[in-house]
Write a protein that binds this ligand. Structure first.
Ligand SMILES: Nc1ncnc2c1ncn2[C@@H]1O[C@H](COP(=O)(O)OP(=O)(O)OP(=O)(O)O)[C@@H](O)[C@H]1O
Length: 238
């Protein structure tokens, strides 16, 4: 299985704050790869460097063999991104947002089908500002997938979703991966990581503490669940 993402010794500071100190990992074609860590660990900065939204200070990032900075247009066309707290204009209708995003890609997915898969059927005419928090979240997932990406980067995939919507979204993500799409998932929700991820990089203070399957992390920490393993491995007093 070839790797589609290669990150080597990534470093990124904001002024005096080191957000990412030294992060390396690779993601294989068709994997669901989790990035886990405490608040402020450097997860979002790492994925922003992956998708070309931030320029690393040091280190290399390769996505589908490309440099996300130098080959920005190509990486953007093949990588779908759902970032934390993304906002759309309040009055933009769901259908308009979908059409706008479809226009960025050569072979976009069918909007109605995707909206139906995300439980947003019949919402085409609803303005963004009138959607519930969970509906906004699901629209952001639809927009990340509308370009039929080779890689989807999803930051806080199911935050704010009720348990039904969360399970539907997990099924959707599993189905998308079954279609050959590689998924990078940033999450704080351990049952989600345990259920979905093939491998996980656990990041702490801008460094990778450990990489492995959920089972390997649990075994390594000698804990019963991934949540216990997470707390144990990232606990400052452990
Ligand atoms: N634009 C910015 N300017 C200055 N500092 C920043 C900026 N973005 C992030 N940071 C800092 O960099 C560090 C890493 O932040 P980052 O958002 O990458 O972490 P995270 O792991 O995604 O956190 P969370 O789980 O809370 O979303 C934090 O100390 C944060 O305060």
């Amino acid at each position: 299985m070839g790797s589609v993402i290669e990150v080597e010794h990534l470093h990124k500071s904001y002024g005096g704050t080191v957000a990412v100190d030294d992060v390396s990992f690779t993601v294989g074609q068709g994997e669901i790869f989790g990035i886990l860590g405490r608040n402020g660990a450097g997860k979002t900065t790492t994925v922003e460097c992956l998708v070309g939204l931030r320029r690393p200070d040091r280190g290399t990032v390769r996505v589908l063999g490309r440099d996300p900075q130098r080959d920005h247009a190509e990486v953007t066309r093949r990588v779908g991104v759902q970032l934390q707290d993304s906002q759309l204009p309040e009055r933009l209708r769901v259908g308009e947002a979908m059409r706008l995003y479809q226009s960025f890609y050569p072979e976009p997915a069918d909007s109605r089908e995707l909206l139906a898969q995300l439980g947003l059927a019949g919402r085409e005419r609803t303005p963004y500002g009138k959607l519930s928090g969970g509906q906004k979240q699901r629209l952001s997932i639809a927009l990340a997938l509308v370009g039929r990406p080779r890689i989807a980067v999803l930051d806080e995939l199911t935050t704010g979703l009720d348990p039904h919507a969360r399970r539907d979204t997990w099924d959707l993500i599993a189905g998308i991966r079954a279609g050959g799409v590689t998924i990078v998932l940033v999450t704080h929700f351990m049952p989600e990581a345990e259920r979905l991820c093939d491998r996980i990089a656990l990041i702490d203070a801008g460094r990778v503490l450990v990489t492995g399957s959920p089972g390997e992390l649990i075994a390594r920490a000698g804990q019963p669940t991934l949540e216990d393993a997470f707390v144990s491995l990232t606990g400052r007093n452990a």
